[in-house]
Design a protein around this ligand. Structure first.
Ligand code: ADP
Ligand code: MG
Length: 781
């Protein structure tokens, strides 16, 4: 990427108070922010000063600009560059109260007030989930610099109630003059939620750690950094980039605040560090400056890369246009104009992963050794190991299956391997030609009047029809059997009830009618306890292409009687309960966040009030404030609460995932059991029918019916008989046993004894019998 200057933007904070005369005019290439200052206000008595002050920015966002707009225009391009492997920095600069924190982090009340940090996190994680061609890892750090000392806002081991309780971060410089931050924790964040949790933790620590009499947030710099690494799967090249999102201390001048004591010391420090920032920026904007005073302050050292180094940097000047703030706002704009002169030098942060590099080099050494062996003629004479042989077979198969004509079989310089592969290829070629000859020799003589192709086709169709019929007959037999069993069950229950009724007629009403309502009730009960259709849907979707209507009916009964039914029901109930619990906990976590935000606001107000009282002399600095202590305690309490509740929630999520996996497993088992049962039942019934056929040819199962056809005059001719014999020899032996030569006799069908059902079965058999005679006879001339 070419050198580019730091991009500068301005944002005007909305206000209801009277504003100075200002205007924003947007052009295609940039915008101007202009202040019109009356002569008498410009500078005392001398009236020859300029009236209009015009500052040019990439874009100026006026009062009504939304957070969304700010993100889209300012942050998204930087985030895109970070994704591409370049470093990025966005920093907000402006006087206290001009909207730096609102722009970088966001407002606490409304979801729409989310600032650049949460929106950027969301954007990045969304990108990761969409882009499966790369593997991304992210880490987060959050550093606060106050009075030239660094503090880690994310260290989970510390329960900070004062800034000094947080781990101190110090600067280290390596021999290449690279800056490292010692003690700054890098927290892994696998998803957006975790990253937002970290931001929330850091902000809360930042809030709690404020010094009692001052708002550290206005006097400290905060740097939220997203460390991003990406690489293509299998590649040794890794890209690592950093995105700094910086909320600087208020830029107001000490002279104006006019305070003494502790505050002055702090203000001096803050100004000192912003003063050093200014010096660095001036040095960078001047041509031919060899020395840039980065080391003068911690902040400039940390942001060294972002200022004139390997980074794409963007500055947001936040300004207030209220009359009293015009001088500060103009000074902010002047600062921005100087920043705009700095040229940065972004580089693609790409390097080889050492571990992968070592692997690659090892491979290279091996292949060089082999090459050397080939050149020096030192060939190995020992036999190939079993493992090597398997590997070579695999390689040859891959080679043969690859449709690409240019593909090569890479065997190295080992002649043993080359010989082996050649003989393997020879065997394969021979096998292939044998099997081709076999097919043509083994084909049966053509049917009369049919070409070879047509004959094969009609045979295949016939076979397909037979298979379908076998399956349907199986289905009918199973269902008829099930119906019988169900009927028997109902009869048993009926007779038991009748017995009871006879023993104790008074307990039962005479109008009781058992079978049907009972069945209906039973099935209803089952339906509410297990969502059959859902399970069924999942199963069919997963493994079985489609269940026939009969199989579906059988599956439902099978499921009802299955031994695992209760376990599945129990798991389902637990899962539902866990979902409800997770929802409640999620709600609680959300509520705690809201409460903490409210407490933070209360604390802010209280501290302001106390500071005002100290200034007016109503109170001394050292006096402790019980109200503030109470609020701090409450925040502390809520923080503990938050930790516990979100801990529970995490545990619950793991449990839910586990339960869901268990449910999936149970479903697969159920499906397998059903398939086995179905096959066994089919086989059992066929065995049954074969026995019946052998012992009494007149008694056939429905399964056998499909192979029975009428002795019509057509099939009497010898040709047809021969053909039939040929067809029959192509059936499996099991199917052959199910092939009776006798006519279909309706008395041979297993009936269940229920008038209506039996009539239906008979009608069905008759219909299919007719159909069978027609179609089969037609297809067999
Ligand atoms: P700073 O961090 O520069 O001291 P803040 O971001 O804390 O200033 O802003 C001061 C107040 O003004 C806060 O209450 C904030 O919510 C509000 N504020 C700042 N900018 C905006 C804006 N663009 N829209 C609405 N409210 C804003
Ligand atoms: Mg702030």
């Amino acid at each position: 990427m070419v050198k580019q200057t730091i991009q500068i933007f301005a944002r005007v904070k909305p206000t209801k108070k009277p504003t100075a005369d200002y205007s924003v005019d947007c052009e295609e290439q940039g915008s101007n922010l202009e202040f019109m200052v009356p002569r008498d206000l410009a500078d005392g008595f001398i009236n020859n000063k300029r009236e209009n002050y015009k500052f040019r920015f990439q874009k100026v966002f006026d009062q009504r600009a939304s957070q969304e707009e700010i993100f889209e225009t300012i942050a998204k391009p930087v985030a895109d560059n970070v994704l591409a492997g370049y470093n990025g920095t966005i920093f907000a600069y402006g006087q206290t109260g001009s909207g730096k924190t609102f722009t970088i982090t966001g407002g606490a009340e409304h979801y729409n007030d989310r600032g650049i940090i949460p929106r950027t996190l969301s954007y990045l994680y969304h990108h990761f989930s969409k882009d499966s061609s790369m593997i991304y890892t992210t880490q987060i750090s959050y550093l606060e610099i106050y009075n030239e000392a660094g503090y880690d806002l994310l260290n989970p081991q510390h329960e900070a109630s004062r800034l000094e309780d947080l781990p101190r971060v110090t600067l280290m410089e390596d021999s290449d003059q690279n800056i490292h931050l010692k003690n700054l924790s890098l927290q892994q964040s696998a998803n957006e939620e975790e990253a937002l949790d970290l931001l929330f933790l850091g902000d809360t620590n930042r809030m709690i750690a404020e010094t009692p009499m001052n708002e550290a947030s206005t006097r400290s710099h905060c740097i939220f950094t997203i460390h991003l690494c990406s690489k293509e799967p299998g590649s040794a090249m890794v890209r690592c980039s950093k995105l700094h999102l910086v909320d600087l201390a208020g830029s107001e001048r000490v002279g104006k605040t006019g305070v003494g004591g502790q505050i002055l010391t702090e203000a001096k420090y803050i100004n000192l560090s912003l003063h050093y920032l200014e010096q660095v920026i001036i040095a960078l904007s001047e041509k031919n400056r060899s020395h840039i005073p980065y080391r003068n302050s911690m902040m400039t050292s940390v942001l060294r890369d972002s200022l004139g180094g390997n980074c794409m940097t963007t500055m947001i000047a936040t300004v207030s246009v209220e009359r009293k703030n015009i001088a500060e706002s103009m000074s902010t704009c002047r600062f921005a104009q100087r920043v705009a002169l700095i040229k940065n030098d972004p580089l693609l942060n790409e390097e080889l992963d050492p571990a992968l590099l070592i692997g690659r080099l090892k491979k290279e050494i091996q292949s060089l050794k082999e090459e050397l062996a080939l050149v020096t003629g030192e060939q190995r004479s020992d036999k190939l190991t079993q493992e090597e042989i398997q590997q070579l077979e695999k390689q040859v198969n891959v080679y043969l299956e690859d449709p690409d004509c240019e593909v090569t079989l890479d065997l190295g310089p080992d002649m043993r391997k080359i010989h082996f592969c050649f003989s393997l290829l020879k065997v394969k070629v021979q096998e292939r030609s044998c099997s081709q000859n076999g097919v043509s020799n083994g084909s049966s003589p053509s049917l009369m009047g049919m070409s070879d192709g047509e004959e094969r086709k009609s045979h295949a169709e016939l076979q397909k029809l037979r298979d379908t019929l076998t399956h349907r007959d199986n289905e009918i037999s199973i269902l008829v059997n099930m119906l019988k069993r169900e009927k028997r069950k109902v009869q048993d229950v009926t007779s038991q009830i009748a017995q009871l009724h006879n023993q104790n007629p008074s307990t039962y009403s005479s109008s009781w009618s058992p079978p049907k309502p009972l069945q209906a009730e039973e099935s209803e009960k089952c339906d509410t306890s297990i969502d059959y259709t859902h399970i069924h849907h999942l199963i069919t979707r997963k493994r079985v292409p489609e269940l026939s209507v009969g199989q579906q009916a059988a599956f439902e009964v099978f499921l009802r009687d299955h031994e695992d039914r209760l376990t599945i029901e129990d798991n389902r109930a637990v899962l539902q309960q866990r979902f409800v619990e997770a929802k409640t906990l999620g709600e609680q976590v959300y509520q705690i966040r809201i409460r903490v935000n409210e407490l933070k606001t209360q604390l802010k107000i209280r501290r302001k009030q106390m500071a005002a009282q100290v200034l007016t002399g109503n109170q001394t600095e050292s006096e402790s404030d019980s109200v503030e202590e109470r609020i701090l305690n409450q925040i502390e309490e809520e923080k503990k609460n938050y930790k516990i509740t979100s801990g529970y929630l995490k545990g619950l999520k793991t449990e839910i995932e586990h339960l869901q996996l268990m449910r999936e497993k149970a479903k697969v088992k159920l499906q397998k059991d059903f398939e086995n049962w179905w096959t066994q039942e089919g086989a059992r019934l066929q065995g049954h029918s074969a026995e019946n056929t052998e012992s009494s040819p007149s008694h056939v199962s429905p399964l056998s019916c499909m192979f029975t056809r009428n002795n019509s005059p057509k099939v009497d001719d010898t040709d047809s008989q021969e053909r039939r014999q040929r067809e029959q020899t192509s059936f499996s032996s099991r199917e052959q046993r199910a092939l009776p030569s006798a006519d279909l006799s309706f008395t041979s069908i297993p009936l269940i004894g229920d008038k209506q059902t039996d009539a239906d079965i008979q009608a069905f058999i008759r219909a299919r019998h007719n159909l069978l005679n027609n179609t089969v006879c037609c297809s067999l001339p």
